[in-house]
Design a protein around this ligand. Sequence first.
Ligand code: S3P
Length: 429
Amino acid sequence: MQSYTVQPAKSVKGEIAVPGDKSISHRSIMLGSLAEGVTTVRGFLRGEDNLATLNAFRLMGIAVHDDGEVLRIEGKGLHGLAEPSDVVDCGNSGTSIRLLTGLLAGQRFFSVLTGDQYLRKRPMKRVVEPLSRMGADIRGREGGSKAPLAIIGRELAGTSYASPVASAQVKSAILLAGLYAVGETTVTEPHLSRDHSERMLRYFGADITPFDGGVTVRGGRNLRGDEIAVPGDISSAAFFMVAGLIVPGSELLIKGVGVNPTRTGIIDILQGMGGSLELLNEREVSGEPVADILVKSSRLKGIEIGGEVVPRAIDEFPVIAVAAALAEGRTVVRDAKELRVKETDRIAAMAQNLRAAGADVAETEDGMEINGVERLQGCSVDSFGDHRIAMSMLIGGLAATGPITVSDTECIATSFPNFIALLEQVAAR
Ligand code: S3P
């Protein structure tokens, strides 16, 4: 098992670009495969999660060429996938398994999806249940609520589904099934979750109509392949935003970051804490807004976080907890129960790890309460097999009084393979 020890830094400085957006990379493979003609993808994230999606489509007969820079996907149209000859392994990736479940429900073949020990514990009923209402035949462990999932492809009918959770994975699974369904499929959600599926479906020519509170797709319309440039992942940039803020004397420019408004909760939250973050050179690329982000170290203060911003920052709470642990005063996170069913229980994991680093953190059912301390201390903690827990604690280590060691750091490769190299590149000692 790999571990990594990070030494405290005097400052973080420089200009970096983070790897491509994980959510957009998944969707580029999926929609590129279902489209007619060729799709090219620049900036594709070659993390393990996305490679799991790529392998799944290769297993279903899609040719994907990778010259190391651009991916070239030879789309075969909505009905061009072939029955996979083996179980499809989604690894650690919730996005792969949930979106594929929706996409495969309306095929004319049988498929089985599974994943690693963490993914097999995560809730699947949230997609199986609404898909079953559309006529899908999906079986799984624990009454269809856990992977492996066996999907017997069938004809689907459109539905109108009010999702109880603001989840882009649930919404996207239903929309992908909706491409195959007879009639219209509508999903509403309590707050808007990331809308990359909607944007890319529109970009590829799907019959899709977002409205206030939801989105409708009409089945049967063919998609056409196109060129996609994947922006830098704001969820990866978030680690360096927090590093730049909490290490005194820092200034960091993070270039080419996706700033889709359904993802910029991290910027709103850190600015609300008094963080100096500036968006420069704002532009639009392949239907997605992009900017450079300039970060300067700041004296942070505690705030209250809840409501609509939560899904807009859902993957950033581990690193927000690090920022809050070093802010002046109290930070309260509410409405974030979803954190308990991520790659690990991120509320429990961060509370335990930050306490080991000398922070004052209390868990609540749907969030946490953090009273800021002056400095974090050196310690040894575990990643719990969760990439974002590992990276958050290593960022905390840059601003600690002594080294922080994180064990089981292989998981970082699921979303950010060059994270440690970039961290060492910007850390001045
Ligand atoms: C994702 C959606 C989010 C997020 C995950 C990626 C996606 O999950 O946590 O990392 O690409 O759709 P939920 O939609 O379940 O909140």
